[in-house]
Structure formats: C-alpha cells, structure tokens
Write a protein that binds this ligand. Structure first.
Ligand SMILES: [Zn+2]
Ligand SMILES: [Zn+2]
Length: 288
C-alpha cells in the first residue's frame, strides 16, 4: 500500500472500475500522476456500498500550479495524490446525492477526509471530496474548506443510524454484489438458486462459514471488510444482536436465529449446504 507514481500518458486499468488516466491533472501539462493505492481501494468499496454503476472523477491529482488555479492552497491532499472530487451514478444512471456518498463513507468507517458539497456545489448534482490523509476531516465545503462541520454526518443530517442498517451479498454465480437491503423489512438479500460467497452488514458484528475451507472466517464489524472469500460458497452465518435466517440453495428458509454462539441455534445454516439468501431483522417485530 503506497503512493504510486504514473507517467502522464499512462492508461493502465488499476482496479475494477478505474484507470490511471482518470486521475490525471487537468492543467494540460505533461507531468506525472500520483495516486494512493488506498484511495483506489476505498473508491471501489464506496461503489459496492452505493451499488453504483460509475464513479466520475471530476478532479484527481493536481500539480501545485493547477491546485492554486482552482482555488486550492497548493499543498492540499490533491497535490499529493491522496484525493478525488467525484460523483457516483446508480444502476439507473441517476446521480447519487453528495449526502448519500458522505453517509456511505462514514458507514465504511472512513477516517480520512470527506467533503460534503465539494467546492460549494449542490447536494443533488455536485461532487464529493474524498481523501485518504491520516486525519479525520468531515467538512461541508459550501461553508468551510478548513473546519470540520461534524463528527458524524448522521447527526449533521439528522438521520438515525439504527434505521439505516443495510446488508448485501455477493452472488457467486453472477459474480457481483447485489443491491443493499434494508434491515427489518420483508425483503431478503440474494438470488434464489445462486449461492452467495460474501456478506456486508452495516454496524453489526458477524462472520460466515466457508463451505470450501470448511471453517469459520474471521469476525467482521460493520463495513471495515466483508465476511467471506469471493468464489467460495457460504454454508453458515452468525450475526450478533440481530435476528436472522438463511435460505438454502434448492431448499427452503431455515428457522430464525436470535444469537451468535457455538450451539446449534447459534448460527444460521447447515454445514455442507450452500446458502443463496439471507434476511436480517433487528427486533422481533415482523410477521414472517
Ligand atoms: Zn498539472
Ligand atoms: Zn477535493
């Protein structure tokens, strides 16, 4: 993990969705491009979390002169390869508001920089600033480029975190992440018939049992990582402080599980049988 230096005309694909050329300085001169590896990893995680179809980088690396020309001070994170100003589009091609991007980054546990309404643009049609400097900065760029505006965007926008827990699974046949599903609804995550190989849940503590390796994988908390090995079907799931059940491939829904421990009722699934869907609730208040 590190800062990498690329030639100005490099157009290597550096991850699923990104190419070096997208980060090029817009000054028009032929100088190198700096990009932080961690920034690319973060942007890919944001794309999964938002179930986005594209990420458009409005401004990536900037040389000192260009940074000053666009209103920067000449030594900010863009000049060192640690920042992008960008917007995302959903699967229907609609622009995702800056607010949703900020909340997604917070859900991912991002402790670098997040700039709501980047450059003073609008929430609906504007960009969001994202950087990987090692200091937490949650700003509202329409108000200040220096001061943080809050400790949590949930508080800032008046949204309760508990209500916004989402989960999503990786379809092991289609080979992509399926859309987020809201907790406490009658919806489930998964395509019946297609095994799942990874799971993401906001805020909660969870782990999965890898059918191929025949073992429990490490516990994951929130979206610091996903639980699973892409490609290996899951045959067991445990979630703390939740009520959950799984559907077996070519089978049926199993009983609701209310805890996470080593007993028979402490996990959802049957070892050796692939899971193709999961449903999660926070309280036992749904008729299903
Ligand atoms: Zn430049
Ligand atoms: Zn920026």
């Amino acid at each position: 993990m590190a800062l990498k230096n690329y030639n100005f005309n490099d157009n290597t694909k550096i991850s699923n969705h990104f190419n070096v050329s997208e980060f090029k300085c817009k000054c028009g001169k032929c100088h190198d491009i700096l990009i932080d590896d961690n920034l690319i990893i973060l942007l890919e995680r944001v794309m999964i979390k938002l179930n986005a179809s594209i990420c458009n980088i409005y401004s990536g690396f900037r040389c000192i002169i260009h940074d000053i020309n666009v209103g920067g001070n000449g030594f900010g994170p863009h000049t060192k390869g640690y920042a992008v100003d960008c917007y995302f589009k959903d699967k229907d091609g609609m622009r995702i508001p800056s607010k949703n991007v900020c909340l997604a980054l917070e859900d991912l546990g991002h402790l670098g920089g997040i700039g709501y309404r980047c450059g003073g643009c609008s929430n609906e049609s504007g960009n969001t600033h994202i950087d990987t400097l090692s200091r937490k900065w949650y700003g509202n760029e329409a108000l200040s480029m220096n001061k943080s505006c809050c400790n949590s965007f949930y508080d800032y926008f008046g949204i309760k975190k508990e209500q916004s827990i989402n989960y999503q699974v990786y379809d092991n046949v289609k080979k992509y992440w399926l859309p987020n599903v809201k907790i406490n609804t009658s919806e489930y995550a998964g395509n019946l018939g297609n095994s799942i190989s990874a799971l993401y849940i906001d805020n909660l503590k969870y782990r999965v049992h890898d059918k191929v390796k025949n073992k429990w994988l490490p516990i994951v908390i929130g979206r610091c990582d996903y639980a699973g090995n892409l490609g290996n079907p899951i045959d067991g799931i445990q979630i703390e402080n939740a009520i959950y059940r799984v559907h077996l491939k070519n089978g049926k829904w199993l009983s609701w599980i209310k805890k996470m421990d080593n007993t028979n009722n402490g996990y959802a699934g049957i070892y050796g049988y692939e899971i193709d869907a999961i449903q999660v609730k926070k309280q036992d208040n749904l008729e299903n």
